[in-house]
Design a protein around this ligand. Structure first.
Ligand code: ZN
Ligand code: ZN
Length: 592
């Protein structure tokens, strides 16, 4: 059994919080949270070490070492179970509420006597929290906002979180029903960043599916859907064979798209029925795009292309160029596709570089050398290393002297690794007033600068815009990092005027990051079409804090595909020489 460091860290971290809620000795609880932090940052799996070496790791003492061994041997931590058993589930659930630490949860539970999130929301609405020590008007409002956010997103999952599960369940379904038509549809097929429900369309009947799902551990809900592991909702759409493609098509586009499609096709007199379309237009079916996305191919590969081909007949019959499911969102795409074929979207293999990454110089967990070696091994042409700037003290941000040291190391490595190139960059904090975190003298020593907001995230749109626009206008800014600071399903971004920011980026030759971390995907793809139409350059950046983070590029690519980004419109698809030329050209244009 493999047990990851993260898994052990999660158990310690939860244990520390529960012990705090129960008011245990803070020295003890702290040792567990330190251990969790240490394990998360540990570059090698702790399972690969002999148990007597555990204590040689800083932050892990004798007692914790034994607990790690217990988890490795049994998969569980007995002490954690004891605490879970003596805490009401609703109180444990409160740990998901942003801004509520264990101390406050303890007050809510033991003094206010609230044991569920629903009750807590009610208490906020009744202003009851204000009567207790440590709860001001502001805290109460924050708790209320956080609960509302949490409730709204319950049952939702990040694309990346459900991906492996989708793959497993899909192949299990295929194995079980080889003679039936079966295809993945809905949110997942559309490559949405948040998945509310996993959907399949199939000719298999409910009486065949139900016993199979029950055997797989899925539970049937009253509304006919199923609940899978980790609370994922699953819906099976049953259809007759002659309606299969139409159903697949109709369940893999947005409501807006489908409505516009129906209006257009009924006006044209074209048929929306797949059967008549495919029988009248065999040629279209064979010339269908074979692989709309590398990522979707890894899931449901057999069905994706077959389904795409069959769907292509529907488009051919309607005289509209093929629109892949991931682009069936806004109705305007129909006009584009009616006039000309859509340009080929960016593929994961078009990404030539890792832009935006952190090393052990700040808060990354791999050394600069390791980060570069992994890039070379994966076939990337260059690496943009952008550790945190000095104000990000919590992330070990770089003071001026450390920048000089890092640059010397980069020069060394570049000599050794040529033609591979490490570009000198920094993820420079945008300060409260919109100024950057270093003087121009220092900023001029970088090949490029990524500017991001990391502090004082709670602000009005006016404030956010002042900060962002000032940073964009700074001639040293090359890329604007994660535009809104959002963390999907856990924190909304600060409010911004997207159009104004995009326009300013175009005017000042600043590329706009599409942060590829599956929890960020910021800027939102819904704004990228506007950005591209106005000549913006996108940069799909993994914001990698370890070598493992490179894989996130895929999620950025999936989001970019939704907006129709082509390889030419993405900075990280530039070859090394194109990238170098771009930096030179933009700097010259800005006179720095
Ligand atoms: Zn950042
Ligand atoms: Zn970063």
């Amino acid at each position: 059994m493999t047990i990851s460091n993260d898994h052990i860290a999660d158990q310690f971290s939860l244990l520390a919080k529960l012990m705090d809620i129960h008011g245990e000795n803070s020295f003890k609880t702290k040792s567990y949270s330190v251990a969790a932090f240490t394990l998360e940052k540990l570059p090698q799996p702790i399972q690969s070490l002999p148990p007597d070496k555990f204590t040689s790791i800083k932050g892990i003492g004798d007692a914790i070492g034994k607990k790690i061994q217990e988890i490795l041997e049994t998969g569980e931590l007995r002490l954690l179970h004891e605490y879970i058993n003596k805490t009401p589930p609703g109180v444990i659930a409160m740990l998901q509420i942003k801004g509520l630490g264990p101390k406050k949860i303890s007050t809510i539970w033991k003094e206010i006597e609230i044991e569920s999130i629903g009750e807590l929301l009610y208490a906020c609405q009744e202003n009851r929290l204000l009567l207790y020590k440590g709860f001001g008007e502001k805290t109460q409002q924050n708790v209320r906002d956080a609960i509302e956010f949490l409730l709204k997103n319950q049952g939702s999952h990040l694309y990346a979180e459900v991906e492996a599960y989708v793959q497993t369940l899909h192949s299990r379904l295929q194995q079980q029903f080889p003679a039936e038509q079966l295809a993945l549809t809905g949110d997942f097929r559309r490559q949405l960043e948040i998945i509310d429900k996993l959907q399949w369309v199939t000719t298999a009947t409910p009486t065949a599916i139900q016993p199979f799902f029950e055997k797989e551990g899925l539970t049937l809900q009253t509304d006919g859907t199923y609940k899978g592991t980790e609370g994922v909702h699953i819906e099976i759409i049953h259809t007759a064979a002659d309606n299969f493609i139409t159903t697949l098509f109709e369940t893999s586009c947005s409501g807006e798209f489908l409505e516009a499609w129906r209006k257009r096709t009924s006006a044209n007199g074209a048929s929306t029925s797949a059967t008549s379309a495919s029988s009248t237009n065999k040629a279209a079916a064979t010339s269908a795009p074979s692989s709309p996305t590398g990522a979707a191919d890894t899931t449901a590969s057999n069905n994706t292309s077959a389904a795409d081909s069959a769907e292509a007949a529907l488009f051919a019959a309607a005289n509209i160029s093929y629109i892949p499911p991931f682009r069936r969102e806004q109705s305007a795409i129909l006009d584009r596709a009616a006039n000309a074929p859509l340009p080929a979207v960016l593929q994961p293999s078009d990404i030539k570089a890792i832009i935006h990454s952190h090393s052990t110089w700040s808060d990354g967990s791999n050394t600069l050398e390791e980060m570069a070696a992994a890039c070379i091994e994966k076939g990337f042409e260059y690496l943009v290393i952008s550790d945190h700037s000095r104000s990000a003290f919590y992330a070990n941000g770089l003071k001026e002297d450390r920048i000089r040291e890092q640059h010397a190391q980069i020069d060394e490595l570049n000599k050794k690794l040529a033609p591979f190139t490490i570009f000198k960059s920094i993820e420079c904090d945008i300060l409260n007033d919109g100024a950057l975190d270093y003087t121009d003298d220092i900023l001029s020593t970088f090949d490029l600068v990524i500017t991001s907001i990391h502090s004082n995230l709670k602000m009005s749109e006016e404030k956010a815009m002042t900060r962002l626009l000032r940073a964009i206008e700074n001639p040293y800014t090359t890329i604007l990092g994660h535009m809104t600071g959002r963390l999907l399903l856990s924190r909304p971004g600060y409010p911004v005027d997207h159009k104004a920011i995009i326009d300013a980026c175009v005017r000042h030759k600043v590329a706009i990051e599409l942060n590829a971390h599956p929890r960020r995907l910021d800027m939102d793809w819904r704004w990228i079409t506007y950005a591209l139409d106005h000549g913006a350059l996108i940069s799909i950046d993994p914001d990698a804090h370890s070598i493992n983070g490179y894989k996130d590029i895929k999620y950025g690519t999936l989001a970019a595909q939704k907006a129709g980004v082509t390889a030419k419109q993405n900075l990280s698809s530039f070859t090394r020489e194109e990238f170098r030329a771009y930096l030179k050209e933009t700097r010259a244009a800005k006179g720095v």
